[in-house]
Design a protein around this ligand. Structure first.
Ligand code: HEM
Length: 267
């Protein structure tokens, strides 16, 4: 068997899972205060009001579509009397509309991020790389779906290739040859998606694991005004990720606060 087939479809999925799960635990332990969307609504809200719901509602429908298409075996929908024709029309119909809405929302969000100076300045390097993979995954997913729509009954049936492979990963027996029969567009889509999952814990995407419940219970975020008194510039706190409540963090915070006792901190 070709070594690339084993590496891409037999090894990479497990590397992805280790980085995604391990990275998320690490981020939670070391950066609980930074576990946010890094909201930029305060800088610009006109474009965001349209783009954000369009993207989030679209991606929610895409997610439901992926769960149905990848997790539920074809034999189950056959048993329920859902014909291949009906499934095809439903999946491609909803998939195309949701995919195009997601793509339109994301393009607007990226345009806003690039054009509004303050929003661009609040974008980390990790987030910039993440947007490339997010956009790439969605563009190729939508293209593959539109190609399938134009081919009708002739289209590749991913429920006989990608879906069995996807389920077999979690049974620790990856059906790599089934995945290898899928067209190139799907191969690129899935490799990009795995790369996105590996970047996930190190970007603003972590908010998706908690939104909106976590916001009710997380600790306060401390916003401080700039000290404008001449000659009283603050010594910056070194930006480092330490475990919350670790001796190191607590000592550093206590030290930093000592010099700032009189500044106007608000919660
Ligand atoms: C290993 C993970 C993934 C697999 C196996 C996968 C597989 C697929 C498949 C088979 C389709 C075609 C659906 C159809 O034609 O009906 C598709 C479409 C699509 N995928 Fe993925 N995908 C994955 C991850 C992702 C991720 C992470 C995103 C977005 C961030 C995404 C976004 C899309 C979009 C927008 C479409 C087109 C609209 C739709 O059909 O829902 N996919 N994907």
């Amino acid at each position: 068997m070709n070594v690339w087939i084993i590496l891409l479809w037999g090894v990479l999925p497990y590397v992805t899972l280790v980085v995604l799960i391990g990275g998320t635990i690490w981020r939670y332990r070391y950066d609980q205060f930074g576990w946010t969307t890094r909201s930029s609504q305060v800088y610009e809200s006109r474009l965001m009001k349209i783009a954000s719901p369009l993207f989030h509602l679209g991606i929610l429908v895409v997610l439901v579509g992926h769960i149905v298409g990848l997790v539920i075996p074809k034999t189950w929908t056959d048993a329920l009397g859902v014909s291949e024709h009906l499934y095809h029309i439903m999946a491609l119909g909803f998939g195309s509309i949701a995919g195009i809405a997601t793509l339109a929302g994301l393009i607007m969000l990226i345009y806003r991020r690039r054009r509004v100076g303050t929003v661009f300045m609040a974008t980390t390097a990790n987030d910039k790389v993440m947007y490339v993979f997010l956009l790439g995954t969605i563009v190729i997913g939508v293209s593959a779906t539109l190609i399938a729509l134009s081919r009708g009954e002739e289209a590749h049936n991913y429920r006989l290739s990608i879906s069995p492979w996807f389920r077999s990963i979690f049974m620790l027996h990856p059906e790599v040859e089934a995945m290898a029969t899928a067209p190139l567009s799907f191969h690129i889509h899935v490799v990009m998606a795995m790369s996105l999952f590996m970047l996930w814990p190190f970007t603003r995407l972590v908010h998706a694991f908690t939104a909106p419940v976590h916001y009710l219970f997380r600790p306060y975020i401390v916003y401080r005004s700039r000290d404008t008194t001449p000659g009283r510039a603050r010594a910056p706190i070194a930006a480092r990720w330490d475990p919350v409540n670790s001796t190191d963090t607590t000592a550093r915070q206590a030290h930093a606060l000592k010099g700032r006792r009189h500044s106007g901190a608000s919660h």
